[in-house]
Design a protein around this ligand. Structure first.
Ligand SMILES: [Zn+2]
Length: 231
């Protein structure tokens, strides 16, 4: 057994063990610990017997990049981006631990370029590209037509009416009567198109594997890969 020269204390200040600097930094880098003096540290999570211990051993096993195996500059990667997961029904949210992988900063940045591309493609698929820009434009035109109509030319007015009728697919008289726009986030609108959450999750897992060719995936992903590529 290897002993280091840093004391590791539990969240309630009980001595747990001596650990080396590398191990200490592993906890500190993940916000799982804080320094209590210039040498010793305490954990910031509660250890609740075996279940919790299992969880932290699991984390430790995954303390290398799943793509290249590096143990430097490690970050957490959510395979299904959090922006979508936020709108998942609770039974899918609870499985999120499976979708958190350890990636080094380099591999993470590289993959995010591919992820951004897929996000754009998904928005385009449901006609939501530039949704925010269009919504802001609609709000501005609505306000102008309702309150400052006399200051604009007929030509300009015509263009605004055309844009609004097209945007809301409603006659302008009705649009102008409605004074209450809901500013719905693009992702929220997008998620209304997603009903098969399982396929959506599998699509992201597959996308991750195809674009990173990971060599160090956790064991539980083995079954997942079979499911994705054979099933
Ligand atoms: Zn890496």
């Amino acid at each position: 057994m290897h002993y280091g020269n840093h004391k590791m204390l539990s969240i309630d200040d009980k001595f747990l063990s001596h650990v080396d600097t590398k191990r200490m930094n592993w906890y500190l880098d993940r916000d799982l610990a804080v320094m209590i003096n210039d040498k010793d540290f305490k954990l910031t999570f509660k250890s609740k017997g075996d279940a919790e211990r299992g969880k932290y051993y699991k984390l430790e096993l995954e303390s290398r990049c799943v793509v290249c195996g590096s143990d430097e500059n490690l970050t957490k990667h959510h395979v299904v981006p959090l922006q979508y997961r936020k709108y998942f029904p609770i039974e899918y949210k609870s499985k999120s631990s499976f979708d958190v992988l350890c990636l080094c900063a380099n591999c993470h940045n590289e993959y995010e370029l591919y992820a951004d591309k897929l996000k754009s493609e998904l928005l385009a698929k449901y006609n939501l590209t530039n949704h925010n820009k269009k919504l802001i434009k609609a709000k501005t035109f609505h306000h102008t037509l309702n309150h400052h109509s006399e200051h604009i030319s007929d030509d300009r007015r015509g263009k605004m009416v055309e844009f609004l009728e097209d945007y809301f697919d409603t006659p302008i008289e009705e649009i102008l009567l409605n004074d209450d726009f809901e500013l719905e986030p693009t992702t929220s609108l997008f998620m209304k198109n997603i009903t098969d959450y399982k396929s959506f999750i599998i699509m992201w897992r597959k996308h991750f594997i195809e674009n990173t060719a990971p060599e160090f995936l956790p064991q539980e992903w083995e079954d997942e890969i079979n499911l994705i590529f054979k099933g």
